[in-house]
Design a protein around this ligand. Structure first.
Ligand code: GRF
Length: 186
């Protein structure tokens, strides 16, 4: 049974999808901790509803990124966390966590990388007028959305309708992340 931590900065729908897949017995893992850089993020409410502890730290209350990540690392170690799953975590992971979890950090990104890395990937894709976009799960390295790709899934763009396209992307994300974690841990 793999012990994981989920990192999120926002709504946490990917966290919820993963936790529910675990509850169904689909993924051989347990979420020991939800880590967020946004104490008020909705993901904290989703975690509370699932009785999963939350570590909410605001980076600006630390002297450096290293100090912030050392504080996270101490809590990860206390909970015997083996693997980090980023799901809407809007920060670059620094050397402290990368060195502590080599090849044990993954991320989900709402585009077919290497297209449209970084912020608002969906908006970038629609602005480019692509007909097909998608979702990527990749290992995290020191770059932004640059680590080796694990799995991808295509999503048709609904012309001129960002809301519908985004909803379709999120639905695909939830299934894709579950499939990746099954492949990695089962
Ligand atoms: C997802 O689209 C993910 O791909 C991106 O941020 C979003 C997080 O959504 N990195 P949620 O917080 O999991 O609902």
């Amino acid at each position: 049974m793999k012990s994981i931590a989920v990192f999120a900065s926002g709504s946490g729908s990917n966290f919820q999808a993963i936790q529910e897949a675990i509850e169904r017995g689909d993924i051989n893992a347990t979420i020991k901790l939800v880590v967020t850089d946004k104490p008020g993020a909705y993901v904290t409410e989703r975690a509370a509803a699932k009785n999963i502890p939350v570590l909410a730290l605001s980076p600006k209350t630390f002297d450096s990124k290293d100090a912030y990540e050392q504080a996270i690392l101490a809590e990860l170690r206390k909970n015997d966390v083996e693997f980090l799953v980023l799901a809407g975590y809007m920060r670059l992971v620094g050397s402290t966590l990368l060195e502590a979890y080599p090849s044990h950090i993954i991320n989900i990104h709402p585009s077919l990388l290497p297209s449209f890395p970084g912020k608002d990937a969906i908006g970038q894709a629609m602005a480019h007028g692509v007909k097909v976009t998608g979702v990527t799960v990749h290992y995290v390295d020191e770059g932004m959305d640059t680590g080796s790709i694990i799995m991808q899934r295509a999503v048709d763009v609904v012309d001129g309708n960002r809301e519908e396209t985004e909803a379709n992307i999120h639905a695909v994300e939830h299934g894709l992340y579950t499939d990746v974690l099954k492949q990695l841990f089962n």
